[in-house]
Design a binder for this molecule. Structure first.
Ligand SMILES: [Ca+2]
Ligand SMILES: [Ca+2]
Ligand SMILES: [Ca+2]
Ligand SMILES: [Ca+2]
Length: 440
C-alpha cells in the first residue's frame, strides 16, 4: 500500500500476494520444494510422483525422520539420468523438453496431486504377472507389487516392440488415470518374437520407450500362458525366464526335438478359479500357506510357493496338489491320498515334519537339476509287491537317505514294516511303519 503525504511518497507496506513466487518447503525439512527431491517427505521421489517420462537413476534424498532429525537415504529413481537423457541449453533434459513441446501437462498436475501430498504415495510398482495368448485372445496381466501405494496417472505405459526391434515401438498403451486396482488385465496384440515392456514413456519416434523400461517380457511362444512366480515382486529391465512358469499347449507338449517332462505345466491348467494365480486378473505375491483349515493368500498352483503350517490331508477330489516350491514346516504332516504331489522345484521338509504318500500317491518333481529335496524331515510311501509266487521277486531300492550328507543309501534305514497301510493320522513307528529286523 502506498500513502501519499504531501510531496513525498512513503512506502508503508509491501504485500506479496502471489505465493508462487515464494519458496515453499512442504515437508519442513529446510529444503525448498524446487531443490527437494522428495518435496512431501513421504519417501517417494518427486520424479516418480510426477511420472517423469524419462530415464531415472538413484540419488541421496534428504528428509526428516519421526524425531525431526535429518536423514539421508539413497532412493532409486530419484533424479533424471542425464547421461541417458542429456540436458540442453534450456536446462531441460532433451526428452522432457520434447514432452513439454508436445503439450505434456501431466508432469505438472501429477506434481501438485502426488508430490506435494504425503497422504498419497505414488511409488506403486507395476509388474507384468501373466501373459496369455490363445489365438486372438491375447492379454497381459499387470499387478501392483506395492499395493499400499499408488500407480500415478501416466506412470504405466505398455509398449510393444514388434519382432524384437527395440529402436521403435509398434504401439503403446498408456494409462492417463490413477491405477487403483491391484491387478489389471490389458489386451495386447503381441505375437512370437515381440517384446513387451512396462516403460515410463510411450513416446513414438525415439529410443525413450525402450530406455525407460522397468519390466520386460520376450521370447514367448505364440500359444501359451506365462505366469510369474509368486516370490518375484520386483520388475526387471532384463527378461529372466527363471521368474516365469510356462503353461504349454498340447502342441508344445509333443515336442520330440526338445524333450519336455510329461508333467510340465499345461495350458489347460489356466483356470477361472479366483483364488489361483493362473487365472487372468488374479495375482497373489508371496507364498500360499495352509493354516486354520484353509489356504491363506490364494490356492496352490504350479507358480506358487506352498507352505504347510498345519496337518493337512489332500484328498482325491482335490485333484493334483501342485507347487513351484513346497515347504513343510514344524512338526506338521502333509498327507496326500491317491493323488499326485507335483512340485517343479524345491521340496523342504523340516526336521519333525512329514510327507505321507497314501494309496496310489506319488511325488513328482520336474526340474532338470540335481536333487532339490532338503531338510531332515521324512517322506513315507506304501509300495505293494503284487508277486504271485514267493520264488519270484520285486526289484526294490532305497531312493531316499537318512544320511545328511546324502552319501549312503541303505535299505535297512529306509524300509519299514508295511503290514498296516499308511494313513494320515497314526503315529509312525507305533501302529504302522515299524522298523524291520534284517537277518543276514
Ligand atoms: Ca522440503
Ligand atoms: Ca514424495
Ligand atoms: Ca506423495
Ligand atoms: Ca493371474
Amino acid at each position: 500500500m502506498i500513502n501519499r503525504d504531501r510531496w513525498n511518497f512513503k512506502i508503508k507496506e509491501i504485500v506479496v500476494g502471489d505465493q508462487t513466487n515464494v519458496d515453499i518447503d512442504t515437508d519442513g525439512d529446510d529444503i525448498v520444494n524446487r531443490l527437494d527431491l522428495d518435496s512431501d517427505g513421504d519417501g517417494c521421489p518427486d520424479a516418480i510422483e510426477a511420472a517423469t517420462p524419462t530415464v531415472l537413476k538413484s540419488s541421496d534424498v534428504i528428509n526428516k525422520d519421526d524425531t525431526n532429525a535429518i536423514v539421508t537415504t539413497e532412493i532409486v529413481n530419484a533424479i533424471i539420468d542425464t547421461t541417458a537423457d542429456p540436458v540442453g541449453d534450456n536446462g531441460l533434459s532433451n526428452n522432457i523438453k520434447t514432452a513439454l513441446d508436445n503439450g505434456n501437462t501431466f508432469i505438472a498436475s501429477n506434481y501438485t496431486t502426488y508430490a506435494l501430498d504425503n497422504n498419497k504415495n505414488g511409488c506403486g510398482v507395476p509388474i507384468i504377472t501373466q501373459i496369455y495368448r490363445n489365438g486372438i485372445d491375447r492379454s497381459i496381466e499387470i499387478s501392483n507389487s506395492a499395493p499400499d501405494k499408488i500407480i500415478v496417472p501416466h506412470a504405466l505405459n505398455i509398449n510393444l516392440f514388434k519382432d524384437g526391434n527395440t529402436a521403435e515401438i509398434e504401439s503403446s498403451i498408456g494409462h492417463n488415470s490413477e491405477v487403483s486396482e491391484d491387478v489389471k488385465v490389458i489386451t495386447v496384440n503381441s505375437s512370437e518374437n515381440d517384446i513387451i515392456t512396462i516403460s515410463r514413456s510411450g513416446m513414438a519416434g525415439s529410443n525413450i520407450p525402450w530406455d525407460t523400461r522397468t519390466d520386460v517380457v520376450n521370447g514367448l511362444n505364440d500359444k501359451s500362458a506365462y505366469v510369474r512366480k509368486d516370490q518375484i515382486t520386483a520388475p526387471s529391465a532384463a527378461y529372466t525366464s527363471d521368474e516365469w512358469v510356462v503353461f504349454k499347449t498340447l502342441e508344445d507338449e509333443i515336442d520330440i526335438e526338445n524333450f519336455q517332462h510329461p508333467h510340465d505345466p499345461l495350458f489347460s491348467e489356466i483356470s477361472l478359479d479366483l483364488d489361483k494365480n493362473t487365472t487372468k486378473g488374479v495375482h497373489n505375491f508371496g507364498p500360499t500357506k495352509r493354516t486354520s483349515d484353509d489356504w491363506e493368500n490364494g490356492k496352490p498352483d504350479r507358480s506358487r510357493t506352498v507352505i504347510i503350517n498345519e496337518n493337512y490331508t489332500h484328498t482325491h477330489s482335490d485333484n493334483t496338489l501342485s507347487a513351484d516350491k513346497l515347504e513343510i514346516k514344524g512338526n506338521n504332516i502333509l498327507s496326500v491320498e491317491n493323488q499326485l504331489l507335483l512340485v517343479t522345484n524345491e521340496v523342504n521338509i523340516e526336521a519333525g515334519a512329514e510327507i505321507r504318500l497314501i494309496g496310489t500317491s506319488q511325488l513328482i518333481q520336474t526340474h532338470e537339476d540335481t536333487s532339490k529335496v532338503t531338510g531332515n524331515g521324512n517322506i513315507y510311501i506304501d509300495r505293494n509287491s503284487d508277486i504271485e509266487s514267493v520264488y519270484r521277486y520285486n526289484y526294490m531300492s532305497s531312493p531316499v537317505t537318512t544320511n545328511a550328507a546324502k552319501t549312503t543309501y541303505t535299505v535297512a534305514s529306509a524300509f519299514k514294516d508295511g503290514t498296516t497301510s499308511l494313513n494320515a493320522n497314526g503315529t509312525v513307528g507305533e501302529n504302522y511303519c515299524q522298523r524291520l529286523e534284517f537277518y543276514r
